[in-house]
Design a protein around this ligand. Sequence first.
Ligand code: F0G
Length: 462
Amino acid sequence: MAKTITKRSWAEPYRMKMVELLKVTTKPQRMKAMRDAGYNTFLLHAEDVYIDLLTDSGTNAMSDQQWAAFMTGDEAYAGSKSYYNMEKAIQKYYGYRYVIPTHQGRGAEHILSQILIKKGDYIPGNMYFTTTRLHQEMAGGTFVDIIVDEAHDPNSEFPFKGNVDMNKLEALVKKVGAEKIPYVCIATNVNMAGGQPISIKNLRELREFTQKHGIRIIHDMTRVAENAFFIQQRESGYEKAKIADIVKEICSLTDGATMSSKKDALVNIGGFLAINDWEIYEEARNLVVAYEGLHTYGGIAGRDMEAIAVGIKESLSDSHQKARVGQVEYLGEKMLEYGIPLVKPFGGHGIFVDAKAFLPHLSQDEFPAQTLAAEIYIDSGVRTMERGIVSAGRNSKGENYHPNLELVRFTIPRRVYTQAHMDVVAESAAMVYERRNKIKGLKMVYEPKFLRFFQARFDKLK
Ligand code: F0G
């Protein structure tokens, strides 16, 4: 019988003009590569990877328009035209007043933390991010998690797992006093929760509360357009709103932002600090010259600033986000068909596999997510990343954090892979799932001091 149409498909709003060939490896080659990499997917040579889902950071495919803009980059040391183009785009599409370019997101986090945080301060946030928290701690602050409990539960289908639990924030203000809280750090589409959005309603409540207490909101806007897509899909009153307008509204509820343009903004490098307050801007202009470069290039080339300006505009297109998040969803649905335990709802930038549920026979100290990422690479050459106990690191007393979420992130670069690639990825995860009972854990044999997940080495447990 002929099939009837129940749902219309999305498709990429672009076509391919140039392709990059991939290397296909054998299983023995991959076993050796993984051993040489100390069972850490960050230490693999990218050449040995078939489908690279390590991160969506800096791995985007630029459009012909971005490449065209790239060629017009003004590489003047001071006052580059490209800086002013980027500044104009940020002011127009995000609405922030002053802009300091940085080499990437963490450059902006560094400068902002140094300016706003004093020793003994507390920085509440909707879940931590690795580099963000590290810069807060290096400046003498303590991060406090104020995200809703649902965010820590991979099985909760709450639509806004990026929301702030206002009771948690209120309790912190009561305990330490508003003067010890220089700002609340709000990420849009919370990475570590699995790419989960915050609602406008929650952001408004937060704005009202923080204004009452004289506390700023600093926005980690790395994936703001993906967050806006979810608001359009899920928040009542926003069904007909344009992503561009939702993004502008989100930004208007905050006082400034740190941005890694390597994600949403569809480029390969770059970031910025944006702020509405002149005095903070002035201080940032002083610091940026010490750490990044002059305040009109901040560690990136003129051509990169041109590509960012175009990328910001492209990222706000409704059809772009529909295909971008649609592809992530496609992979999630496929993996669910094979019974693989995933964080739900699906995230904006990737699918997060629940490694505790995938490998229940391993304790968290045997690094289930690290183990699973290594196994998937060995199976198919697909590279993923650990987001669990290794990423969480240690507290200031040197004790391991034991996060509830022990995840493997299958992160989808923007405009890079096809639906057929997603099929291969889901099948690989399914193959590993079939032999999950035979999988042994890992032990850490080398641990770096900061952000250990990047460079730690492991050995197989016997
Ligand atoms: N904030 C968030 C939410 C991020 O995801 C990242 C980077 C940063 C800040 C720092 O930006 O890398 O440009 O210095 N996330 C990458 C990832 C590394 O793979 O999730 P950066």
